[in-house]
Design a protein around this ligand. Structure first.
Ligand code: NAD
Length: 532
């Protein structure tokens, strides 16, 4: 049994001044702590006061990150009880800044780095990770961090942040979580020139070398942690698709940028039909941006249309794309593989012209290009729709296609607005709008939790459909009345539990579960969930 300072230095054991007098005696802590004994709640209030006193969000990020390394239960209790306030710090938008500055602000060792120098040894070096029962791995190669581009090893903030959300939102015990950066170099000259850069200081490896390293990693994980779910995160779109297509039916894995985003956006689309009163099967959707996020959403929408008995061709006819070079049409010669299924026979044109020609009910932006939903764009959407539905998904906040204020004012209060990063409530014409945030945190923790509980073999589209439907059903009439297409994040534990349940049920009905179906699934999930 650990004693004394060893207890205080162990983040899983340390409760600091929450330790009772008896515990202090038992663990040899007398004299090592001041006299006062406080409750977890009191210590949390004190921490929140200190957090709010910090001059900037990045300072808040740093002290939260230190708390995570010092006192795990206090950290997760604080995150969970203040989720709306803390989520934008530990995840988007602040995590973007934290990644940019990672090499300058990193303190404690966190996460696991694999570089090309480890080729042939990945399985062996994974032994260095202290925990042996890993259930969720989030991995990035840092090449497309949020909308910020290639941040190399600095991308570590992303797997760390996502796994905090797994534990906070879905109660996956932190000891079962492993954040990894596949540090294959960076093509970001600024980082390569930065003497403080902590990553592999070379240009990225690519092609066969890169794919072989990923394959070695996947095989090592399967051997060492056969029950682990791998979440691919923030890979450059062509690699994201290549890896997803290679592993999706072979390994328990998914890509959150493609599939998690899809589920959360589809949930918002389903919820929007309660405001627009248009059935899902009638919707025409125009995407601005034809990268991994937008295409992932469209792919899941196709699955949802097919589930409503449309053919694939009929489904695709509902979905249109425009990107940096205009409307995605068959005659274009610059399209990537994932764009081709959505290239329609149509005249080439720009966004505003396309809105007039296609008359979409819903406009979804996933470009990383701020300001692309101009006044003209919103006004044209408002002319053709009683309630135009506008998703400005690009992260962080500074990259949003338009702001909440712009969407509401330019549409004269008619827009139903969803963003990727949070926007505050906005008052217009005596009405208070609460913009919904299409945050992936609504779905991926619950999907992961469900997949772990039932021991899913792999993760089919049906899981994401189930998650989207469950999330949409949890949107209350009050949310709808305020113009929000998502439930309150304060209910995230309940939301994750319901999503996990829907995943388990789906897995057992599709015969994809390796675990035996228990009599009371809800009870099994609840028991597994970590309560800080
Ligand atoms: P990506 O690089 O794969 O794709 C970007 C696409 O946008 C490309 O098709 C590109 O042609 C297009 N584009 C770029 N500039 C444009 C412009 N000025 N006009 C029109 N099109 C333009 O990136 P991605 O992975 O698809 O992510 C895109 C954005 O979506 C990012 O900002 C990311 O943060 C955001 N995102 C949000 C969520 C969420 O809110 N839940 C989830 C995932 C991604």
């Amino acid at each position: 049994m650990k004693k004394g300072l060893d207890v205080l230095r162990d983040k899983q054991l340390n409760k600091s001044i929450i330790f009772t007098k008896e515990e202090r005696k038992k663990y040899g802590l007398q004299g090592l702590l001041p006299y006062a004994v406080v409750s977890q709640k009191q210590l949390m209030i004190r921490f929140m006061e200190m957090l709010r006193r910090q001059p900037s969000d990045i300072d808040r990020y740093i002290i939260l990150s230190s708390l995570q390394e010092r006192n795990e239960s206090l950290f997760y209790r604080t995150v969970l009880d203040n989720i709306k306030e803390i989520l934008p710090i530990i995840y988007t938008p602040t995590v973007g800044e934290a990644c940019r500055k990672f090499s300058h602000i990193a303190r404690e060792p966190k996460g696991f780095f694999i570089t090309p120098d480890d080729k042939g040894n990945i399985s062996r070096i994974l032994d260095n990770w202290p925990e042996k029962d890993i259930r969720v791995i989030v991995i990035t190669d840092g090449q497309r961090i949020l909308g910020l581009g290639d941040l190399g090893a600095n991308g570590m903030g992303i797997p760390i942040g996502k796994l905090v959300l797994y534990s906070a939102c879905a109660g996956i015990p932190p000891k079962h979580c492993l954040p990894i950066v596949l540090d294959v170099g960076t093509n970001n000259k600024e980082l390569l020139d930065d003497i403080l850069y902590l990553g592999y200081p070379h240009k990225r490896i690519d092609g066969k070398l890169y794919l072989d390293l990923v394959e070695e990693f996947v095989l090592a994980v399967q051997k060492k942690y056969p029950n682990a779910l791998i979440q691919f995160e923030d890979f450059l779109t062509p690699n994201a698709y290549a890896l997803l297509n290679k592993y999706r039916n072979r390994v328990l894995c998914f890509n959150d940028d493609i599939q998690g985003t899809a589920a959360v956006a589809l949930a918002g689309v389903y919820a929007s039909t309660r405001i627009t009163e248009l059935p899902y099967t009638c919707l025409r959707i125009l995407f601005l941006g034809a990268g991994s996020a937008a295409t992932g959403i469209a792919d899941l929408m196709v699955a949802a249309f097919i589930d409503e008995r449309l053919s694939r061709e009929e489904a695709v006819a509902h979905l249109w794309f425009a990107d940096i070079n205009g409307l995605v049409v068959k005659s274009r010669t610059d399209l990537m593989e994932h764009n081709k299924p959505y290239a329609h026979e149509h005249k080439a044109m720009g966004l505003v012209e396309a809105i007039d020609a296609i008359k979409p009910h819903i406009l979804i932006g996933a470009t990383g290009a701020p300001g692309t939903f101009t006044k003209d764009v919103i006004e044209h959407m408002t002319t053709i729709n009683k309630r135009p539905v506008i998703f400005a998904l690009s992260n962080p906040t500074s990259k949003a296609e338009c702001t909440a204020e712009q969407a509401y004012t330019w549409s004269k209060g008619k827009a139903v607005f969803v963003s990727g990063s949070p926007f505050s409530s906005f008052h217009f014409n005596g009405f208070s709008f609460r913009p919904g945030q299409g945050n992936n945190a609504y779905v991926f923790p619950g999907i992961g939790l469900g997949a772990i509980i039932c021991g899913a073999r792999y993760i089919p589209d049906e899981f994401f459909l189930a998650a989207a439907r469950t999330l949409a059903q949890l949107v209350t009439q009050q949310d709808i009345n305020e113009g929000s297409l998502y439930p309150s994040l304060e209910d995230i534990r309940k939301i994750s539990l319901e999503i996990a349940l829907s995943i388990c049920r789906k897995a057992w009905s599709l015969k994809l579960a390796t675990k035996k179906r228990p009599e009371n699934i809800r009870k099994v999930i609840t028991k597994f969930m970590y309560n800080p």
